[in-house]
Write a protein that binds this ligand. Sequence first.
Ligand code: PLP
Length: 390
Amino acid sequence: MRAAHLAALKDAVGIGGKAAVGEEHRFDALPELFVRQEEKARSPLRRRCLGHALSSLRSFAFGSQYVSLVDIPRAKHRFAPSAIFGLGARLRIRNLDREARMSGGYDDRDGKIWLDGQLVEWRDAQVHVLTHALHYASSVFEGERCYDGRIFKGVEHSQRLRKSAELLDFEIPYSVEGIETAKYAVLEANGWSNAYVRALAWRGAGPDMGVASLRNPVRMAVAAWEWGSYYGDAKMKGAKLDIAKWKRPSPETAPSQAKAAGLYMICTMSKHAAEAKGCSDALMFDYRGYVAERTGANMFFVKDGEVHTPLADCFLNGITRQTVIAMLKDKGLTVHERHIMPEELEGFEQCWLTGTAAEVTPVGQIGDYSFEVGALTRDVAESYEKLVRA
Ligand SMILES: Cc1ncc(COP(=O)(O)O)c(C=O)c1O
C-alpha cells in the first residue's frame, strides 16, 4: 500500500495514531469478522466492545489489499472508536461515533454552526423561505479544509469570500480577521482539527422581495464537518469524467471569478448527468469551446514532461491550482497556462484535477480519452498532501 493510499485512509477517518506502510500480514477472516461486528455495533455497549476488540489488532488484510496500522483505532480527537472493514478489494473505514453524530441530513446533526456572529445549535441555523438568495442566487461561499488544526490557505479563502461578495455587489459585514475567528470558533466548538469548512454569505430576507435587494441584510454563516477523500477509490486509480453539455459562461455573462452559488447551477446538472453514466464528475468546456474545468475543480495535463493547464480567464482560478502551479515551478517543471482545445486531450499522457475538496485527484478517463496515473501525478498528489500539513 502506497503512502498516498494510506494518507487517503487517514483522511477518511481522521485516524490519529501512527501508521506503518509496507509490513503486510494476511488475516483472511478479518473482513468477515468486521462486517459481522458492524451489524452488532449499533448499540453503544457493543460499540464499546468493538472498540476494545479493535484496539488489540494491528494488522489487517482486505481481500487482495493489506494495511498494517500501529496505534489505532483510537482517533486523534474524541471520536473513537474507528473500525475498518474490508469488502473484497474495496476498503471502507468507519468511525462509529462520528457516524452516530453525523448520520442525519445536513440539517439534522449535533454540533454548532456560526450564524451572524454567534454559535447556534446546528439544527437552529435556519433561514426564511423569502430569503433573497434562495430566489435570486445572491450568495457566495468558500470550501476550505482544516488539517491538524490549521486551515490551509484560510486567509486567502476569507479574502476570496469577501471579493466574491463584492463582485455580486454586496459587502460582507465581517473583516478577513473576523471571518478567520468565526471559522476557528466553529472548529473548536465542534472539537474538530481535521474538517471541511464551509463559509457563506448571502442577501437575507427583508423589505425587498424583487430582484433588487439593497435594503435586505447581508448574512453570514460558517459550518464545518468531517469530509474524507472526495472521490474515495478514484483518488487512487483515477477519476472517470464525462464531458458536460453545459459550458462555462463568458466573464461578460457572469462574474466568473466569484465563487458564487449561481455559477453552480450548471455544475449540479452536469454532475448529475455524469453520475447517470457511471462517471464521478464532468469536464466542462467554456463558451468558446476550450477545455475549462471540472464542475468544482481545476484541470492539469502532462505531455512530454511538461504541464499544461487551461488559462483561468472564465472560471475560478482556484487556490489549489495556484498552489500546485507554484509547487510545479519550484520543482523546475515547465507549466503552460493556455487555451486548450478538446482534441488535444488525445495527446495528453497524464491528468489530474485540483481543488480544496478534491485536493489533487488523478484522472484516469475523460469521455473516450484515457490517462495513466503516472509518476508526476503521484508526486504532485503526495507533495500536496505534505504541504497542507507542513
Ligand atoms: C468551480 C470550481 N472551480 C475550481 C475550484 C477549485 O478552487 P479551490 O482550489 O480554490 O478550492 C472550485 C472549488 O472551490 C470550484 O468550485
